[in-house]
Design a protein around this ligand. Structure first.
Ligand code: ZN
Ligand code: CA
Ligand code: ZN
Length: 576
């Protein structure tokens, strides 16, 4: 591989005995650099460079000095690799250790060769993009390319730190030996043909842009590998196009990303909420440190997720209202929103021409294969992830049949009901004896609970797999079966006095008799038509002390059974 022959030229510096607060891995597109603090500084070799006595370093500080201190040493910050690494241009002989650096290294030439480049033996005289470190001046860039023997192609819309070049594979590959060159990657057909494109300066990070050689981080953190859930609000829109059309195009961009990766967007929430994208169009200064620049150049900027950006700005997307926004042509709302939304999701710039995340916006119909692979790399495929934990089902139990206290003559009763809960079993007991298990759970039944005569309290209990219990009771009264209706009258006889018409002289008369019935005589009464009445003592053999008034007293004696049937006899008594 072409990388190996550049390796010897690389220079790595490290420092002994530092606190090593930095020591964060550095994610490049070509490899992960794991800084190891505690190694003596060894400046093996200077890289090939156009600018005398200065070169570029990657630096991690255990304690970062102020920008003024760095400037006093001639150190210029030109970029940042999230989250801990500064990319700087610095003069030779900087006392890094005194400045608090915990690790100092460089981009190796092999780090500057995009993985999207063809293998060296397959490279032809195609065009490539060369990215320079940000502060390298135009004069230096042009002179370096001229000396390197590559042809420079003009394009009006190239990002200022990039150049479009063509040359022999050997000359092209040698470009990465130069310290001023940061990266080499394929040029898109649009650029080569000179078609109008607009460059994206990259997603916004609070400490400045990340180079094309950086592999952007992990996106938004997600709980348990489930879908990333973001909310969004849309503020002011571009003038000149109908609001409904703008909203539809923006929505189409959200839909494209959620169809490609395990990401969901929900409209709503507060613009300052966390995990929220606030999207708006604005002119000039608009409340952050990146005022828009009028028509042309910068179209939009978007803040990377948190981390590394702080909430609530993380994920926010701003568009320059002074552009000539259009739908389906020109500066196309869908295409630019689609690209910027990739940044809001934590994606950096792709090296692959034709992808939406290539650093030059172009009219797009949808995401490319590289974009889809990128979003899935961060969040997985749509719908992927563990099933959401079911909410614990609350334990509940109802007795539906019988619906309430019941009187029955049956020797047993059927119970039915419903239950909910996790792993429920249902049992019953009768306080008069007996117990058992119901069949079924969510709809359960007991075919027959034996009943004792009289009151039975039945208790049904549901127990779930956590040992929780719920009990319900129902009262059942078992009556003795009723006999066939008794329609037979008692029979009644007066045995004393021996005649039904008698004359006496006293105020009281004892009347005696007999009564009988097929079931049983329950009471015997008497009544004097002159106005007194009373009950007899006894039933089958009864006696009654009847009160008399002077004159003719007509006494009626009645015998009753339990069913209310009666028999009567009369006695006429004349009191003299
Ligand atoms: Zn971009
Ligand atoms: Ca602009
Ligand atoms: Zn802004």
């Amino acid at each position: 591989m072409q990388a190996t022959r550049h390796q010897a030229i690389g220079l790595m510096l490290a420092l002994a005995g530092s606190a090593g607060l930095g020591a964060a891995d550095i994610h490049l597109k070509t490899r992960v650099v794991s800084p190891r603090a505690g190694i003596e500084v060894q400046q093996k070799e200077q890289p090939r460079r156009y600018t005398a006595r200065r070169s570029h370093f990657l630096v991690q500080f255990s304690e970062r000095p102020s920008d003024d201190v760095l400037a006093a040493f001639g150190v210029v910050i030109t970029g940042r690799i999230p989250q801990e690494t500064l990319v700087v241009s610095a003069p030779d002989g900087i006392p890094w250790r005194s400045l608090g650096a915990s690790w100092v290294g460089r981009l190796e030439p092999s780090d500057k060769l995009s993985p999207a480049l063809p293998a060296p033996e397959e490279m032809d005289e195609a065009a490539y993009l060369v990215e320079f470190h940000l502060e390298v001046e135009a004069e230096a860039r042009e002179a370096l390319l001229r000396d390197a023997g590559v042809e420079r192609l003009e394009h009006p819309s190239l990002l200022s730190h990039q150049a479009l070049v063509r040359g022999t594979p050997e000359a092209i590959l040698r470009l990465v030996d130069w310290d001023e060159v940061a990266y080499l990657f394929p040029a898109s057909e649009d650029l080569v043909r000179g078609e109008p494109v607009v460059g994206c300066a990259g997603a916004v990070h609070q400490d400045g842009p990340a180079g094309q050689y950086v592999k952007i981080g992990d996106g938004w953190p997600r709980p348990d590998g489930r879908a990333l859930e973001l909310t969004y609000t849309i503020g002011a829109l571009a003038g000149g196009i109908p609001v409904e059309a703008s909203l539809r195009e923006i929505q189409r961009a959200f839909d494209a990303w959620s169809a490609a990766g395990n990401v969901t967007f929900r409209a709503g929430g507060h613009p300052a909420a966390e995990r929220h994208i606030h999207l708006f169009f604005a002119s000039g200064p608009h409340g952050d440190s990146y005022p828009f620049d009028g028509p042309g150049r910068v179209l939009a900027h978007t803040f990377y997720p948190a981390p590394p950006n702080p909430e609530p700005i993380a994920g926010d997307m701003h568009f320059d209202a002074d552009e000539n926004w259009r739908i389906g042509w020109g500066i196309d709302v869908f295409s630019v929103v689609l690209h910027e939304l990739g940044h809001a999701l934590g994606m950096g710039h792709s090296d692959r021409p034709g992808s939406i995340m290539y650093p030059y916006y172009r009219l797009a119909a949808g995401l490319g294969q590289d974009d889809i692979a990128g979003i899935r790399d961060l969040y997985g495929e749509p719908g992927e992830g563990p099933e959401p934990e079911p909410d614990p089902v609350p334990l509940d139990l109802r007795i539906l049949t019988p619906a309430g206290p019941t009187i029955t003559q049956a020797p047993s009763i059927r119970l039915e009901g419903t239950a909910s809960g996790s792993g429920v079993t249902i049992t019953w007991t009768n306080d008069r004896g007996g117990q058992g298990v119901a069949s079924g759970t969510s709809a359960w039944s007991v075919a027959g609970v034996p009943l004792a005569p009289g009151a039975n309290v039945l208790t049904v209990t549901a127990t779930d797999d956590s040992g929780n219990r719920v009990a319900r009771t129902v009262s059942i009264t078992r009556e003795a079966p009723s006999a066939p209706a008794d329609t037979v009258r008692p029979s009644l006889a007066i045995t004393s006095p021996g005649s039904s018409v008698v004359a006496v002289s006293g105020a009281m008369l004892t009347v005696r008799g007999l009564a009988s019935d097929n079931v049983g005589v329950t009471r015997v009464t008497w009544e004097n038509h002159l106005g007194s009445s009373g009950s007899a003592t006894g039933t089958a053999i009864w006696s009654a002390l009847v009160t008399l008034l002077p004159g003719t007293n007509r006494i009626t004696v009645r015998a009753f059974d339990a069913a209310g049937n009666s028999a009567w006899r009369t006695l006429t008594v004349t009191r003299r």
